[in-house]
Design a protein around this ligand. Sequence first.
Ligand SMILES: [Zn+2]
Length: 491
Amino acid sequence: MANGVGESILQTFKDSWGSIEEESLTILQKMIRLDTQNFGEDGNETLAAKYIKELFDNAGVECSDILEAKPGRGNLVARVRGDGSSGLGPVLLSAHLDTVHAPTENWEQEGWKHNPFGAEIDEEDGCLYGRGTVDMKNMAAMSISVLLFLKRHNIKLSRDLIFAAVADEERHDAKYGAKYLVESHPDLIEADIVMTELGAFSNHLDGKEFFPIQFAEKGACLIKITARGPGGHGSVYHKDNPVVDISEVCVTLNKQKLPHRLTEAAKYTIWEISKLLSWHKGMVFRTIMSPKIEPWLMEYLLTEEQANVFGPMLHNTANTTIVQAGDQVNQIPSTASVIVDCRVLPGITVEQVQDDLKSVIGPEKFKAQDGCQAKLELEILANGEGFAQDPNEPVLAGILQTLGQVISRRSGGSPIAPYLLIGRTDQAQYMCHPKRKPICLGFSPVRVPDSIKFSTLFHGVNERIPVDGFKWGLGVLAESVLELCSASLGK
Ligand SMILES: [Zn+2]
């Protein structure tokens, strides 16, 4: 890959770049004002998809119809064709158009400084406020602008660039967005590289800026634990009450972590982060990989925020979410159950997670004894696997190097750090493409000052994006695309 290609092309259009930044900001504002909250089965991403289609149609960018798995749940796929000279498959930029909830009225009472659907720019802090500003209509606006820029200036690419604007990401069983495209329109989104959330946002460690880029993510497994008992009348003593058994499960899972499990993805992440620290601090930080030292480090050395990031990298997690028990106030129920939201490290099997849970709750409780049935039963309700790619594999390593160079050039030398995400994104869906398994990366660039904790903006009150940081991200994304697609100026 020729380094600096993207930089020199953008330099050629330096005079017009300012208006592209403003246009992109306006696109983002317009999309924030379109209410696309995800209400589970119901949503209205088609509003935003139609708006994007109009932009592409007007500019002559090749674009699909609105693709709906269900009315209202619109997806859209656009493409700028390359000449194929690189022999490489397309680069796919993907952004989900749905958002989590935010108040549509009385938002001040809920702590919002500006209307979550107003897309106002705060003059004091220079941030654009609104639901979806970082999660992730910013990536949609940036991607749209990059495609418009390529088309307007007739820039030649050596491979195709695709942009997928997708519905339905913000819930655990999302199926009307990326999953639907992978299953029903795989040809439209077949790609070598997928770039979407969560990565390339500035983070600060020890006062130094760096940019995490996601290369691995945890899976999610929903497990139901059920307790059974004889049931009976509420007026007498009951030793065997399933409500109590399930309550004990909840308390235990809250107090005790599942066992420490060091995966290759976590090891790589911790090494990369440790390299950003001074030699001494880096050495101490790496001892987090020891199951004996980890609890001590979490307790005494890391901040609560750091412990919340690195702890789940080293453990499967189990949070109890939905408890169901009796329906009569005067009757001891014969069953009680709890749903456990397990987040599973990449490479760990469902059987291993079950073993982890049982080992913490007490394996004997899951065994039938003395002719009596087991106290507790465990059932897998759903399982979505995580994934880990090898950052040392030459193709991925080359891509990371290119992205790292772009970020470094544009940030005055800040490094990247490939990392394991403890949450979930659409990347796991794209990994299931029936014809081609792409390299998937969290890459939705934005620069934020140290004073803003980026992670708190996601799904949070006062979600916002610094306008300067958004424009910075647009430049990084444009340059990265130009590099990855070995762009050149057309005649
Ligand atoms: Zn998101």
